[in-house]
Design a protein around this ligand. Structure first.
Ligand SMILES: Cc1cc2nc3c(=O)[nH]c(=O)nc-3n(C[C@H](O)[C@H](O)[C@H](O)COP(=O)(O)OP(=O)(O)OC[C@H]3O[C@@H](n4cnc5c(N)ncnc54)[C@H](O)[C@@H]3O)c2cc1C
Length: 351
């Protein structure tokens, strides 16, 4: 490896990439952060309606139980190394004032997601971490003398290690358009088809007629039924839209559907005013989903390090992987924890 290669190139300045850069800076791992958009953290700004529910302050064991399989087994080493309490501590250490809700969900005390993005920005500026924006990475290839070549439009960056943190495929305007999944495929890694998790549903029939605009904030549950059997029941908000129904209870049901892919299913809504049954509802498109189910296959990556199997020096973190969680701070937690364990492994590899 020639000496002018950077130790770590991080591709993607979202939740996982920013956290990775902050950890790298703390560990003295020389890194550069490359972001396709003009600004970092665009999706984080949208989270929890601009309030950013960045983790849930519960023990890792409970979080793993809530994640369910196959995500739980994969995420266990990351969540044990970087549990919710460590994420909150890291953000406090970056200068963020945080607020814990009764149920454990954690937010910036200001109620502004922008503050989370700003504290990362401050940390990177103080640490003089180079940040390239308006810089979509076009491809990754192995370097001639070892390491990796990160290809941009007009030049390449040589790096001993690359962390791909390019996100899922929802809300493509935020920059997460599926590039990391394409890089993985080109390099021969398995990628699970991407589909909408945590998304609203449309339904035919009259069940929803006249309900648009109504909302149940408490006391509502949604359940997925297949062949007359209840598969999962989720509590939380239910909101009626012009096109169907949304809200946390519905979102958590659609995540189950995206993972288990039943041929046919019904959605049962138990609301304070009565029960509604939606026959064969259709999840809204991936571009509207809070999280992407699918991505770089869990078997393609070592869960203890996030390093791609058979491709030394290539790491993945965040939603580009086939990891997803329910609403309530789980998805940012997964992004932060997988980023942490990847950088931790890179730092440990130098010793
Ligand atoms: C509306 C909404 C609300 C949400 N609310 C919450 C919440 O409250 N709590 C929670 O835990 N989760 C929430 N999520 C989910 C959470 O935001 C994501 O899971 C998380 O942002 C994933 O982090 P990531 O770093 O993997 O990807 P992202 O945050 O999407 O970041 C990926 C970054 O990579 C960049 N990139 C992509 N391709 C390239 C390339 N080729 N070259 C360079 N850069 C590239 C993108 O521009 C982007 O900046 C929400 C999501 C949405 C859409």
């Amino acid at each position: 490896m020639k000496t002018d290669a950077v130790e770590l190139a991080i591709v993607g300045g979202g939740a996982a990439g920013l956290f990775a850069a902050a950890v790298a800076r703390d560990r003295g791992v020389g890194c550069v952060l490359v972001e396709r958009k003009a600004r970092v953290g665009s999706k984080m700004l949208m989270t929890a309606n601009g309030r950013c529910n960045f983790t849930k302050d519960i023990p890792p064991e409970r979080m793993l139980a809530d994640l369910g399989e196959p995500v739980a087994s994969f995420a266990r080493p990351a969540l044990e190394a970087c549990p919710p309490a460590a994420i909150a501590a890291a953000l406090r250490d970056c200068g963020l004032r945080v607020r814990r809700m009764e149920d454990g969900r954690m937010f910036p005390a200001s109620g502004k997601a922008a503050d989370v993005v700003h504290v990362f920005g401050d940390r990177l500026r103080e640490g003089e971490v180079p940040l390239l924006t308006n810089a979509p990475v076009r491809g990754l290839r192995r370097g001639d003398g070892g390491g990796w070549c990160v290809q941009l439009q007009d030049f390449s960056i040589r790096a001993a290690n690359v962390l791909v943190a390019t996100g899922g495929m929802s809300f493509p305007k935020t920059g997460s358009v599926g590039d990391g999944q394409a890089f993985a495929r080109q390099l021969g890694l398995d990628v699970e088809p991407c589909r909408a998790g945590l998304v609203g549903v449309e339904a035919d029939g009259t069940a929803l007629r006249g309900l648009a605009g109504r909302r149940c904030e408490t006391g509502a549950t949604a359940a997925v039924e297949t062949e007359g059997r209840e598969r999962i029941r989720c509590a939380g908000e239910v909101e009626f839209e012009s096109w169907g129904v949304s809200g946390a209870a519905v979102y958590d049901c659609t995540r189950w559907v995206a993972r288990h892919r039943p041929r046919e299913w019904d959605l049962r809504l138990d609301l304070p005013g009565g029960t509604l049954r939606l026959r064969h509802p259709r999840p809204r498109p991936l571009k509207e989903a809070i999280v992407t189910v699918g991505g770089v296959a869990l078997g393609a990556v070592d869960p203890r390090t996030m390093e791609a199997r058979g491709l030394p020096g290539l790491y993945f973190a965040g939603e580009v992987l086939d990891v997803d969680g329910p609403t309530g701070g789980y998805n940012l937690t997964l992004a932060f924890a997988t980023a942490f364990i990847a950088v931790d492994a890179i730092a440990a590899g130098r010793r």
